[in-house]
Design a binder for this molecule. Structure first.
Ligand SMILES: *Cc1c(COP(=O)(O)O)cnc(C)c1O
Length: 295
């Protein structure tokens, strides 16, 4: 899409991870570098936003409004996208907090001109209720409202276009999951012979299995699984083991992994390879979804 030409999809590429998992020769591991498209906008966030942005422009709205927690990559991506095309942006942020003590993610959102609107956790829980949304639309009449994480049909459709960068040669595709929107979009269009492996970075993330299963096209509801084994203490948590893994990976491949999503996925893949989960000859493509602002 030409609207945001500076999000450079041309930079996306596949890189081999030679020697990964102790150089196990039974499998080949590569990485799809969606993180290359932009320094701030997470790779998958851009794909999920692109149809929303186009719809906002078509509806002649001047503002993008969306929802997220205080560490949301989606909010940063929304703020940066709006800023780049001359739209305003508003964030409905989960949890009341003093605007004097913003974290770096929210500061960055503000730097892109995003207006931060803090709501209590109870109010935030209403984010999909029509009363609440109507109230917001009244308050921000010029806003195009995008659900949290871009998580709807438009978001899935945008994420599905990541598939054009996935060579058919790969037998397994690994992806980290937050809302599951990217996962659903991809599973719905990937050839059924490619297995999609989802890594949930939060405790109890296995609940995502149900929402994913119900959103998939029946004929595409095969050849996928979700694990929450590799949450390392929960969403946003980090361990010394993880920090060591991130620095080793950066040294070996010159690729920086984000702490919240992709580092956990790669640690999981390594463990699964050691556990002999993949049949001999498997070709695994791990999607680097970006998210480095969280580091
Ligand atoms: C948001 C995000 C995800 C999860 O995407 P969903 O579509 O919400 O499942 C994965 N990786 C990174 C880096 C992200 O920022």
């Amino acid at each position: 899409m030409a609207i945001i030409s500076w999000v450079d999809e041309q930079k996306i590429r596949v890189e081999e991870l030679k020697g990964f998992a102790g150089g196990d020769v039974r499998v080949a591991v590569s990485m799809l570098r969606l993180d290359k498209i932009h320094p701030i906008i997470s790779g998958n966030k851009w794909f999920k936003l692109k149809h929303h942005v186009a719809s906002a422009i078509a509806a002649q709205k001047s503002t993008l409004l969306s929802f997220g927690g205080a560490y949301s990559n989606h909010l940063i991506a929304t703020a940066a996208a709006a800023h780049s095309i001359g739209l305003s942006s508003v964030a409905i942020v989960r949890g009341l907090q003093a605007s004097s003590s913003l974290n770096s993610v929210l500061k960055q959102c503000q730097a892109y001109g995003m207006q931060l609107h803090f709501v209590s956790r109870e109010a935030y829980a209403q984010k999909e209720a029509s009363d609440f949304l109507q109230g917001l639309q009244k308050q921000y009449p010029d806003a195009y409202i995008i659900p949290e994480g871009g998580a709807n049909n438009d978001g899935q459709r945008g994420a599905a276009s990541i598939a054009q960068y996935i060579p058919s040669y790969y037998t397994h595709i690994a992806l980290s999951i937050g809302t599951g929107t990217t996962f659903i979009g991809l599973r719905n269009v990937l050839p059924i012979c490619q297995f999609l492996f989802g890594f949930a970075p939060m405790k109890g993330g296995i609940y995502l299995q149900n929402s994913i299963a119900s959103a998939l096209l029946p004929e595409q509801n095969h050849q996928w699984s979700v694990t929450d084994r590799f949450h390392f203490g929960g969403f946003g948590k980090k361990t010394m083991e993880m920090d060591a893994f991130i620095s080793d990976f950066a040294l070996q491949y010159n690729i920086l992994l984000d702490r919240v999503y992709t580092a956990k996925m790669m640690m999981g893949i390594e463990t699964l390879i050691h556990e002999d989960t993949f049949e001999k000859g498997s070709k695994i493509l791990c999607i680097h979804t970006g998210g480095l602002t969280g580091n």
